[in-house]
Ligand binder design. Structure first.
Ligand SMILES: Cc1cc2nc3c(=O)[nH]c(=O)nc-3n(C[C@H](O)[C@H](O)[C@H](O)COP(=O)(O)OP(=O)(O)OC[C@H]3O[C@@H](n4cnc5c(N)ncnc54)[C@H](O)[C@@H]3O)c2cc1C
Length: 415
């Protein structure tokens, strides 16, 4: 290999990392690509870990985003089971745990996030988080012996796991500190819908739940007591209370961080030629006054594509509004846009039939939609937001037309 080739090193080998490497090669990047990941696997997709894989409906090999042959054919060097411990931006090299260093011309942090832990549960035997393939395997191998699982945190990952555990006949208690489920990411209609859905499937949901003590037998947790005196017996605690960005390495290297590694619209950090992509990055988003950190596959793909283009001196990709999905029981929720600043909501469809969409507006500005088993409304709204079309609350409330028809009309009006 020629020594004057540009050397690009990617720290991390997850969703964003493999997407970047693949996009670069697809766009004919001819530099050297080295991807260093601390997990002992080829890059894999995480969404099925708390869904099809946990349920036993998807084999491990199908989690891998690309087979080994892809890395070989595209000349992508994957160093797995190796953690980058140091980044030296002066000498432009990264060093892994074994002491080996890799020189770079361009560097990309694709380090993702790690689960937040509850300090009292640190070190306990029967406490599980759900981030990696190893976490999912650990939970999966225990499923047969579990009778009671307590899930701390009523967010998407905890609720997806609750749905699978109930299907396996495990008793599930979900303890959520906030007054509603999914409070950080969605509106009240959706929180209520999922509460009813889980309760109908036998999950015991406690909202406003403050844990008083975790009862222990040696290093195992045997029960949980809330501050109102209620106690829950448990074989296992699944902690799903959010994640922290893996940004320490960047901060130590003198790169600016906040709640994530701070990047500009090209995914470049405060140091020229160093990028951050995926869950770990605090990025600017169209129409948002503050930079945001998004945790989703589409965001990881979008950022990888953006960074790849900047590295190659190409134009940024067209704006793609943030979107996300989750599967629980037979329900698929698809979200597009950001609803956090909404002042009004409008529901289309019938909540009782489990096929509906909630539209979020700030005044007359359409912000986002949550579509429950309603992929057409999701697709229509994704296009509306992407193309910057003006959807009014009046139009949304006219249920005589489908959302696809509304999208087509708005598109025609714009032309
Ligand atoms: C259980 C689960 C279910 C999910 N479901 C959905 C879903 O339904 N829809 C959706 O859109 N998103 C979902 N997500 C989120 C989605 O998986 C993430 O947004 C996506 O994986 C982010 O990609 P990433 O490359 O930024 O991080 P990751 O995929 O986490 O990859 C980061 C990698 O970097 C490695 N790393 C970190 N530090 C170092 C270091 N110093 N040296 C070497 N390697 C390092 C990590 O070990 C990890 O392997 C889910 C996530 C989980 C955990």
């Amino acid at each position: 290999m020629a020594t004057n080739m540009e050397k690009l090193v990617i720290i991390g080998s997850g969703q964003a990392a493999i997407q970047l490497a693949a996009s670069l090669r697809q766009k004919k990047y001819d530099g050297r690509i080295t991807m260093i990941g601390e997990e002992p696997y080829l890059a894999y997709q995480r969404p099925p870990l708390s869904k099809a894989f946990l349920k036993g409906e998807m084999e491990e090999v199908r989690l891998f985003l690309k087979p080994q042959k892809f890395y070989d054919d595209k000349d992508i060097e994957l160093i797995s089971d190796a953690r980058v411990e140091k980044v030296d931006t002066v000498n432009k090299e990264v060093t892994i745990g074994s002491g080996t260093s890799y020189a770079y011309d361009k560097l990309v942090f694709a380090t993702g996030t790690r689960p937040r832990m509850i300090p009292e549960l640190e070190g306990a035997e029967n406490v599980q988080v759900m981030r990696t393939l190893d976490d999912a395997k650990a939970l999966k191998t225990q499923l047969d012996q579990l009778t009671h699982v307590t899930i701390v945190g009523g967010g998407y990952i905890g609720l997806e796991a609750a749905a699978v555990l109930r299907k396996m006949g495990v008793a599930v208690d979900v303890l959520e500190r906030m007054p509603r489920l999914l409070a950080r990411v969605t509106g009240e209609e959706i929180s209520d819908y999922f509460k009813n859905l889980h309760e109908a499937n036998g999950v015991n949901i406690r909202l406003g739940a403050e844990v008083q003590t975790y009862q222990k037998d040696g290093s195992s947790i045997t029960g949980v007591e809330l501050n109102d005196g209620t106690t829950f017996k448990t074989n296992l605690i699944l902690v799903g209370i959010g994640v922290l960005p893996n940004q320490e390495l960047a901060a130590e290297a003198g790169i600016e961080v906040g709640n994530g590694i701070i990047v500009d619209e090209n995914c470049e950090t405060s140091v020229s030629g160093i990028y951050a992509i995926g869950d770990n990055a605090l990025r600017p988003l169209e129409g948002q006054p503050e930079k945001l950190r998004l945790e989703s596959v589409p965001n990881a793909i979008d950022m990888a594509e953006t960074a790849a283009r900047h590295i190659l001196g190409l134009e940024r990709p067209a704006y793609d509004p943030p979107w996300f999905w989750s599967d629980q029981y037979d329900t698929k929720i698809q979200t597009v846009g950001l609803s956090s600043e909404h002042t009004e909501t409008f529901v289309r469809g019938d909540v009782a039939t489990g096929k509906f969409s909630v539209f979020y507006f700030k005044g007359e500005t359409f912000l986002a939609v949550d579509s429950v088993n309603d992929p057409q409304s999701f697709m229509a709204c994704k296009n509306i937001l992407k193309m910057g079309l003006r959807l009014t609350s009046e139009t949304v409330q006219d249920q005589s037309k489908t959302m696809m028809d509304i999208f087509k009309e708005l598109k025609t009006q714009k032309v």
